[in-house]
Design a protein around this ligand. Structure first.
Ligand code: SAM
Ligand code: SF4
Length: 405
């Protein structure tokens, strides 16, 4: 059955859910030092501080020496981006906007969110200044997210400029796909390597219920076109919620038979205002068991152990599937991600509420070195792992739409 026929057939399926659910160093700084975490200078570079915002008296990293840490005979990496557990943060997610043309139930509180006044959001120049600094320090992958990043008018310009940063290897975008078809040529031309497209249902009415907007067919068209244009792999993000779309897991797996997609099943995560509860969360193990009922020969993809997603494939299928198990089996030990919110806060953990304003530092005229000290102090405070799903669900955090997933 073709891709489109399959979705048309699925349209007729049950929709009773509606009732049920309510760097590198600059040349003069090439006096690179290789520091081990046991070295006192290392701990100074990643000083822990109890006060999130008082960084002035913080680590005495000297202006002329960019610290590098060397772990396990590996290549050196910036001490500013290495935390006290030795995790190297080479992946930066930047939220380009707090706005969105969807209102997904799991992301956006029903009453909406209070948007930050425009003057307090990062300008494109500020985004590029920060991104450049992170890339100079060793970030090799940037993902643009939001809100919906593709509604930002200057998104292609930002991508094109980031692509010129020496050292940036991967440019990724996460989108809801609504404007994707018309944006694809520009995204490809400006240098996007990886696309993640969110899609939580293959039943149009259910899709619209979840995102509280129309647009199912446009998103499907965007996915198909992205594959046709050679983006690879095109990742499809599906947040699985009990009573809503867990009955579609097998249909999502079936999509990978004829299309080289990577469907990523994401465990439903708690954020402010999204009415998360444990019963609505479908765990990785449960999803796996369900899929194995139809495809008992589902196999792990060899060599994908380092991936955040646990990757599987059905033998003979073109695509593969992945599981993002942040709730039932967190991957904090290998976390290499940092986030910058649209209003310019650095967030070292998706599930932590500690933030520091890089925007305020920039606007107060801080030098690169001073910014790096602020960043190093925040990275140094990063906890070993998140507090567990029950604690997270009680904790004050931003709604996901104001973080950037
Ligand atoms: N608007 C874009 C989109 O929807 O792809 C990018 C921003 S969105 C916040 C990024 C990703 O976060 C999406 O794939 C979305 O499904 C995921 N997400 C949002 N809220 C979530 C939640 N409560 N649990 C798990 N994933 C969530
Ligand atoms: Fe918008 Fe993406 Fe959040 Fe949905 S998940 S409301 S599309 S930001």
């Amino acid at each position: 059955m073709s891709f489109l026929n399959r979705t048309t057939t699925l349209r007729t399926r049950s929709i009773s859910f509606v009732q049920r659910w309510f760097s590198s160093a600059t040349p003069e700084e090439n006096k690179t030092e290789l520091l081990a975490p046991s070295d006192p200078a290392y701990s100074r570079a990643v000083t822990h501080r109890s006060d999130a915002n008082s960084v002035q008296a913080s680590s005495p990293v000297s202006r002329d020496v960019r610290r590098r840490v060397l772990l396990k005979d590996d290549l050196p990496f910036s001490a500013f981006l290495t935390d006290s557990f030795g995790r190297r943060h080479s992946y930066l997610r930047i939220s380009l906007t707090e706005k969105c043309n969807f209102r997904c139930q799991y992301c956006m509180p029903e009453e909406g969110v209070k948007l930050t006044p425009r003057a307090e959001l990062l300008s494109s120049e500020e985004i590029l200044t920060l991104a450049r600094l992170f890339v100079q320090e060793g970030v090799t992958k940037i993902r643009l997210t939001g809100g919906e990043p593709l509604i930002r008018p200057d998104v292609l310009d930002i991508i094109g400029k980031m692509r010129e940063f020496e050292g940036l290897k991967t440019m990724a975008v996460t989108t809801n796909g609504l404007n994707l078809t018309r944006m694809l040529p520009g995204l490809q031309k400006s240098g996007v390597d990886l696309l993640n497209i969110s899609l939580d249902s293959l039943v149009p009415a259910k899709f619209e219920f979840i995102v509280r907007r129309k647009g199912f067919h446009k998103v499907m068209e965007g996915i198909r076109k992205a594959v046709e244009m050679g983006f690879h792999p095109v990742k499809v993000n599906c947040v699985v919620m009990r009573g809503l779309n867990e009955d579609e897991i097998q249909n999502f797996v079936a999509l990978t038979e004829e299309m080289p997609l990577e469907v990523r099943f994401i465990e439903y995560m708690p954020f402010d205002g999204n009415r998360w509860n444990f019963k609505k969360m479908v765990s990785y193990q449960e999803m796996l068991d369900h899929i194995r009922q139809q495809w008992p020969d589902l196999e792990l993809v060899p060599g994908a152990e380092a991936d955040t997603a646990k990757l599987y494939r059905v033998p003979g299928f073109q695509g593969q599937i992945g599981f993002i198990t942040s709730m039932s089996d967190h991957f904090c030990g290998g976390c290499n991600r940092l986030r910058i919110t649209a209003d310019g806060n650095l967030k070292v953990c998706l599930f932590g509420n500690s933030e520091v304003s890089l925007r305020d530092q920039l606007r107060s005229g801080s030098s690169d070195e001073e910014l790096l000290q602020v960043i190093a102090a925040a990275v140094g405070r990063k906890k070993k792992q998140h507090a567990g799903m029950f604690s997270i669900s009680q904790m004050k955090n931003r709604p996901m739409i104001l973080i950037g997933g």
